[in-house]
Write a protein that binds this ligand. Sequence first.
Ligand code: HAM
Length: 436
Amino acid sequence: MPKFKLPSGTQDILPADIPLRRYVEETTRRLFELYGYQEIRTPIFEYTPLFVRSIGHTTDIVEKEMYTFLSHQGQVEPDKSKIKGSEDTLTLRPELTAPVVRAYLEHQLAKSNKFQKFYYIGPIFRHERPQKGRLRQFDQIGLEALGSYDYLVDIEIIKLTLLLFQTLGIKGEQLVVNSIGCPKCRVAYQTALKEALAKSVSDLCENCQRRFQHNVLRILDCKNKKCYEIASHLVPISKFLCTDCQTHFNRLTNGLDELKITYQIDPHLVRGLDYYTRTIFEVRHTTLGARNDLGGGGRYDNLVEELGGPPTGAVGVAIGVERTLLALKSAAKDKVTTLPIPKLRVFIVTVDPKARGYAFKLLSQLRERNIPADMDYEGRSLKSQMRLADRLGMPYVMIIGPDEMQKGMVKLKDMQSGREQDIKKEAIYEILFRDN
Ligand code: HAM
């Protein structure tokens, strides 16, 4: 048994897992850049108040799931009641929307052009109970478009999210949309919720009893079975949308219809972060089990202002990479096996240890010419080097002994046909390139 294990809810991404991830990442970059989104990278941790302020005090993420530590003592998870407003604490990012908005404001990116489109790929940290598709460190791919209130941007983000899944080869995903209105519509809705819940407050979980006082809307997103059951019978916000929000939602659904995008309207859909306004959506996949959202997002028209900027419309999405990989593996088996996995072309085998220096120089020259090559570093016998090359599936083996060194030649063996030929060192590049 090894002495150390990896932390619960995390994973090692081993070399065998890399090609599929790269395929997802490279497809993402290509597609998102085609639509005019530019990559942005922000730090792994931020000052805690950024997340508390944007995601919301009473959300699960802020209440239970953040990895927070004192910035000067490195102490993890100090007394949570003391950390919420303090810049003495740092938090491993539990999402990337707020950091992108912070960067947009801090670097005054709106100066050159108010409307800016970003994408990101990177690790996220949430202290959740680990299970299939639910990790404590996972990667998110995301899009954030800042500087517009136009419903067409909502459609672009939704379309691009679905297009990514399609391009990757995922099948069977479902789009669910809703509108949660603006603060104006929510005043009346909150009052209605409080009235409806007044009699059942004591049946709610402890957190929701508190939420009833401070942020009644959050009860709609509680994962507790009893709360969920109670919430599913409550009147949906759709009945309380103001005219502007209803118009925005109608335009959105009409636009989706025009693009022939299939979707369901779920009037009970809410999201686990407080910053949303108007459009919210999730893309779900049936193979994922209880936590079946591959990705989710929506509008957050007040967040830029909340974080110190001018009123700025914004909309975005984040997609879970690990859940995408699960869906990809289950829904597109053929595609997964035909992924372009970069392969080594040639293995250099030495007949005599004295040839190793010569072989190593040759190896460097091959690599300089972009020919993926390798050699043995374990002092194996000639026979065992050949066996290794075979096991690694090398198309070619280059054999070097004293004779070859003296003549400036190499013996090149085609591993499939078994044919061997003595060729001049300079000629090998051409053969390997020709065959690449
Ligand atoms: P979110 O719904 O919290 O939204 O997360 C987005 C996606 O991250 C989920 O749909 C899921 O695929 C993945 N995810 C979440 N938690 C886990 C976990 N514990 N393990 C594995 N995957 C997970 C946001 O984060 C918002 N920032 C999205 C957004 C962007 N809204 C506007 N812009």
